[in-house]
Structure formats: structure tokens, C-alpha cells
Ligand binder design. Structure first.
Ligand SMILES: Nc1ncnc2c1ncn2[C@@H]1O[C@H](COP(=O)(O)OP(=O)(O)OP(=O)(O)O)[C@@H](O)[C@H]1O
Length: 601
């Protein structure tokens, strides 16, 4: 997985990667030549009393060192540059993928894990790439070159390497085998701690309100302890590797000096040759250590690569297939739901000027892994220029039904038509351009009031923005903000009241001229008078469009052309207010209970 991912990412940096390899070869070759020059200085210069040789070879050593330093610098710079670009690309790919994923798909990973994958995991891959460029590229040249040059100095003494290498490889194998599960567990623990932190920051007031600080501190402390313990275990293993290697390396140096000393004593070896041989053996061992270090970090990078690839491998269920497959393609998880599925027709252009009439025909929907469908066999028609209200108990599937239209969720079976065209045949963006949504939870983004409104219509003028604010009864409070349209809005709209946020969301939706407007309980935070003012203002603007609105309050919906009554995912009745009062016991029950509440003193 790691190799596959790296090869794919390095594809567009081939020239830079080759340059890094060449530069590493140059700098390592320089490293390898230095002991031979040094041996010549000792044997042919110092011992032979030849100052000219010492100066000449010393000069070459200086030149070589300069070249080596320049190559190392250039390789380091290029390596870091390519690694950062890999990280940049991975983050971009992950971001685009998360944008394309449906809420169910995001839910399977969890938002905190996706954040860790796009930050920490990418960082691990980046760090690994730097190590590969700096160490792994140099290690083979250094190791193989060192062996050749060591044998050249003395073949018999060089055989010490044959003993050491398997010992070092065994040490590395044992440690890496233990590291892999630890790193895998470590990344999951980071996900966990991110999730707890996120919940505690977002839900700070709930925690304080229920005086649960102690419990939350204990929860965080436990997660923190487990992460620390995991990190300590892996750090200890990596740290323990170095002394073990050093023991093996030092013992081998002692052996070389011992046997080399005897060879010099018997006149079978020069002093310079022994110094060079020791230097080469150290270089061979250094090469092995570098490779071992890279391999000891590889398991963490491999785990991260696996986690990143798992996200990238998701085929977003909402992506419009080039050649459409069966319903729910890319939505494998829904296959287990006990609902029928049908084939998707081929992509076709929607009928031009067909308006925004909505038609549901035997639509079913089940969340992935759910035992029973949330929506069952829903059929209704909402003509252009009409308002259709959806009412039902909490959890009856109202939001789910609305979410099917812009394909935030894909129907498991059945057909939904907008303006006569099957919505699965339309590219998601084109479909969504025809729809304007006021979501149940009024979410605003960090920026300004104008920036938030222009999400719906980037080209809107300030006059347009004020007009939309006026429709949503939001003009007055925005005028009172210190910078008006340019007042800062915090993430999520913190700093604004629920009603203010809701009115800004309504204004945002009103900026878009759409065929279909979806209001999901969009007046719930408004008082009766404001709600009545908003609906009055919206009426002429929405006259030609199709409006689908979820609402809890009977007065909000009683003027609707069609009211759908949902009960546990089933459409139990449809009609106008007057019709339903007669024909639907469920509707009558809702109406009577609200009336009773309203009449209470
Ligand atoms: N992401 C999800 N995964 C699994 N089940 C879900 C998910 N979202 C909602 N549900 C379930 O689907 C059912 C319908 O939810 P939905 O939000 O559509 O109801 P609703 O009628 O809009 O409720 P409310 O009036 O409380 O907003 C509920 O039983 C809920 O538990």
C-alpha cells in the first residue's frame, strides 16, 4: 500500500527524484573515496615522508568534500521539496474526496478520524519521504561501495561484514514486527483523542451545564494515558535498536582492529589500509543503520498510507457515474437494507424549461447497516408553483425525505423526478444549482455576513444581499451589526442568536433563483410574528417555484397546497389542511394537540 501510494505520488516528480538519486550517489561516492585517499596519505605520504603527496592528496580531499557538501545540500533541498509537494497533493486529494462523500460515508470514518488522516497521517508520509530521499537513496551505494572497497583493502578481514549483517537484519526484523501493531494502534488512539477533544470543545456548555467536567477530564486523561503509553512503547523499541546496533558495530570494529593489528605485525598489511578498512566497515554499518532506521519508520508510514488510501478508495455514492450502474452503485452498505432496488436509466439531458415540479414514485430509503428503511414506498407529486408541507412526529423521516432531492442521500429504490427528469440522470452540481436549501441546523461559516450570503450567489451585489435580508426579516439586525454586511461571523455562526442564524440562512437561500426551494423546519427559531412576516414576504418571490417545507406548527402549513403526513417513514396521508382534518386521524391528532397547547393559559 505504502509503496503503491508513493510510486503514484512520485510519478509527477520523476525528474526531481532522479536528480536526488544522482546527487546522493555523488555525495556517497565522495564519502567512499575519502578513506582510500586518507590511506594513501598515510602509507605513501606520511610513512614514506613525501610532503608533496600529502599536499596533493589533501587538496583532492578538500575538493571532494566541497563537491560532497554541495551534492548533499542540493539533495536535501530537492528531497524536502518533493516530500512537501507529496503532502500538499495528498491533503488536496483527501479534501476533494471528503467534499464528494455523502454524510453516510463520512460517518463510516468519523469526522475526527478524517481530520487526523488529512493532517497527522499525511505528515507521517511526508516525513517518511524525506527519510527515503536522504537515507534510503544513499544506503545501497554506501553499503555496496563500502563492501567492494573494503574487499579491495583486505578480503579476509572484510568477511567480518558477513557475520554482522545477518545479526543486524535479525534485530531489525524483530523490532519492526513489534512496531507495526503498535503504530496501527497509535493512529487509532490519535483518532480517539481528537474525537474526545472535539466533543469536549463543541459540547463545552453541555458538559458544564450537567457538571460533567470531572467525568470528561477522566475520559480525556484515560485516552491521553493510552496514547502516551503506546507512543512510549514504540519510542522505546526504536531507542533500544540503536544501542543494540552500536554493540554489534563496536564489537566488529574491535575484531577488525585485533586481527588487523596482527596482520600489520606480521607485515601482511599496511597501517593506512587498516584505517581505510575500518572506515569502510563503519560506512557499511552506517548504511545498514540508515536502512534500518528508514525501515523502522516505514510501519507507521504504511499504516498511515493504508488509512489515507481507505478514504481515497471510497467511490462517493453521490458521484454521477459516467455510465450509470445499478441503484446504490458505490453505496454498497445500503445493499443489506431490506428494500427493493432498481436500475438507473442512462444519463440524459433534463427537459428544458420543465420547471421544478417534484415527483416521488415508490421511493424507499434505508441508512447503511440499518435494519429497517427510514422511508417506505413514498409517492406524491408537488407541482410547480405550489407549496407542499411535510409534517410528522420527530424521527418520522422528514429531513431524510428532503435530503433525497439534492441527493445529499441517494434513494435506495424508487424514482424521484425534478421537472420531469430523473434526478439520478443529472450531474449532482447541475441538480443542486436548481435547488435552494434552508437546512434544519442553521450553519454559517467563518467570514462575514456578505461572504456567507454570497455562498448562494457569488455575483450578488450589495443591493441583492439587502433585498434577500429584507425578505428574511434580517435587515434590521444586520444594519445594527458594527460593520453591517461586512460584520465578522464566527465559525458555525457563534455570536448570533438561533433566530438570527436561521434568518441569515433563509436570506442565503433566497439569493438563489431556483426551481425548487427546500425549507427544513426553517422557521422553528422564529417567533410567530417574525415567522408570519417572513412567510408573507416570501410568498410572491416563491410563487413560480416548487416549495417543499418541513414544519412542526400547524399554522405554518395550513395554507399549503398539499400536506404530507409522515408516520414512521410511511406516507400515511396527503391532502390539504381541511381535507386532512377529516380524512387523517394522525393529522387531526397533531392539529388537536397543538390547538390544546395553544389554548392553555
Ligand atoms: N445518519 C444516520 N444514520 C442512521 N440513521 C439515521 C441517520 N440520520 C437519521 N437517522 C434515522 O432516520 C430516522 C429519520 O430521521 P429524520 O432526521 O429524517 O427524521 P425527522 O422526521 O426529520 O426528525 P426531526 O423532526 O426530529 O428532525 C430517525 O429514526 C433517525 O434515527
Amino acid at each position: 500500500m505504502l509503496i503503491g501510494l508513493m510510486l503514484r505520488l512520485l510519478g509527477e516528480h520523476r525528474a526531481a527524484v532522479w536528480a536526488i538519486i544522482v546527487l546522493q550517489v555523488v555525495q556517497t561516492a565522495g564519502n567512499l573515496l575519502l578513506p582510500t585517499l586518507n590511506a594513501s596519505i598515510i602509507d605513501d605520504g606520511i610513512l614514506a615522508n613525501q610532503p608533496g603527496v600529502i599536499l596533493g592528496l589533501g587538496g583532492w580531499m578538500l575538493v571532494l568534500t566541497a563537491v560532497q557538501a554541495a551534492a548533499a545540500l542540493a539533495a536535501g533541498y530537492l528531497g524536502a521539496d518533493v516530500a512537501m509537494k507529496i503532502g500538499h497533493r495528498l491533503r488536496r486529494e483527501l479534501f476533494a474526496q471528503v467534499q464528494a462523500m455523502s454524510s453516510q460515508e463520512i460517518g463510516t470514518f468519523g469526522a475526527p478520524s478524517l481530520v487526523t488522516r488529512a493532517t497527522n497521517d499525511v505528515q507521517q508520509i511526508q516525513t517518511f519521504a524525506v527519510l527515503v530521499f536522504t537515507m534510503l537513496a544513499a544506503a545501497p551505494v554506501m553499503g555496496i561501495g563500502g563492501i567492494i572497497l573494503a574487499i579491495q583493502q583486505n578480503a579476509a578481514l572484510s568477511s567480518v561484514v558477513i557475520v554482522i549483517v545477518p545479526v543486524l537484519v535479525l534485530i531489525m526484523y524483530l523490532i519492526v514486527r513489534r512496531l507495526i501493531p503498535l503504530y496501527r494502534q497509535g493512529q487509532a488512539l490519535i483518532d480517539g483523542i481528537t474525537r474526545i477533544l472535539r466533543e469536549q470543545i463543541i459540547g463545552a456548555n453541555v458538559i458544564r451545564g450537567f457538571v460533567r467536567q470531572k467525568h470528561e477530564v477522566a475520559r480525556f486523561t484515560e485516552a491521553n494515558r493510552r496514547l502516551t503509553s503506546n507512543n512510549l512503547q514504540s519510542a522505546l523499541l526504536v531507542a533500544g535498536m540503536l544501542p543494540m546496533i552500536m554493540i554489534v558495530v563496536n564489537l566488529s570494529s574491535v575484531a577488525v582492529v585485533w586481527f588487523g593489528g596482527q596482520l600489520i605485525g606480521s607485515g601482511n598489511m599496511e597501517v593506512g589500509a587498516l584505517t581505510a578498512l575500518i572506515a569502510y566497515i563503519l560506512q557499511i554499518l552506517l548504511a545498514i543503520m540508515m536502512a534500518m532506521y528508514v525501515f523502522s519508520t516505514a510501519p507507521r508510514a504504511a499504516v498511515c498510507a493504508e488509512r489515507i488510501q481507505a478514504v481515497l478508495d471510497v467511490t462517493p455514492a453521490l458521484a454521477v457515474p459516467a455510465v450509470p450502474g445499478p441503484a446504490g452503485a458505490g453505496q454498497a452498505a445500503t445493499a443489506s437494507a431490506p428494500v427493493p432496488t432498481i436500475a438507473v436509466p442512462a444519463i440524459a439531458e433534463p427537459a428544458a424549461g420543465s420547471g421544478g415540479g417534484v415527483e416521488f414514485s415508490h421511493v424507499w430509503f434505508a441508512y447503511p447497516g440499518a435494519e429497517s428503511p427510514v422511508l417506505a414506498d413514498i409517492s406524491f407529486t408537488a407541482g410547480p408553483g405550489t407549496t407542499t408541507a411535510i409534517i410528522g412526529a420527530t424521527g418520522s423521516g422528514k429531513t431524510t425525505l428532503l435530503n433525497l432531492l439534492p441527493r445529499f442521500l441517494n434513494a435506495t429504490s424508487g424514482e424521484i423526478r425534478l421537472g420531469g427528469a430523473d434526478i439520478r440522470k443529472l450531474p449532482a452540481d447541475r441538480l443542486r444549482e436548481r435547488i435552494s436549501v434552508v437546512p434544519q441546523h442553521s450553519y454559517l461559516f467563518s467570514g462575514t455576513v456578505a461572504g456567507n450570503l454570497r455562498m448562494a450567489a457569488p455575483g450578488a451585489t450589495e443591493d441583492d444581499l439587502w433585498r434577500a435580508l429584507r425578505l428574511a426579516q434580517a435587515e434590521d439586525f444586520v444594519r445594527l451589526l458594527p460593520d453591517g454586511l461586512h460584520a465578522a461571523v464566527a465559525q458555525g455562526g457563534a455570536g448570533l442568536s438561533g433566530g438570527q442564524r436561521q434568518r441569515l440562512c433563509i436570506a442565503r437561500a433566497m439569493l438563489r433563483t431556483a426551481d425548487l426551494y427546500l425549507f427544513d423546519d426553517s422557521f422553528s427559531a422564529l417567533d410567530y410574528a417574525t415567522e408570519a412576516a417572513v412567510t408573507r414576504a416570501l410568498e410572491p418571490v416563491l410563487a413560480a417555484a416548487t416549495v417543499l417545507m418541513v414544519a412542526e406548527r400547524i399554522p405554518t402549513i395550513m395554507g399549503a397546497d398539499l400536506i404530507l403526513v409522515l408516520d414512521e417513514g410511511r406516507l400515511v396521508a396527503q391532502g390539504t389542511h381541511t381535507e386532512l382534518l377529516v380524512s387523517s386521524p394522525t393529522y387531526r391528532e397533531i392539529a388537536e394537540s397543538q390547538l390544546a397547547l395553544d389554548e392553555q393559559p
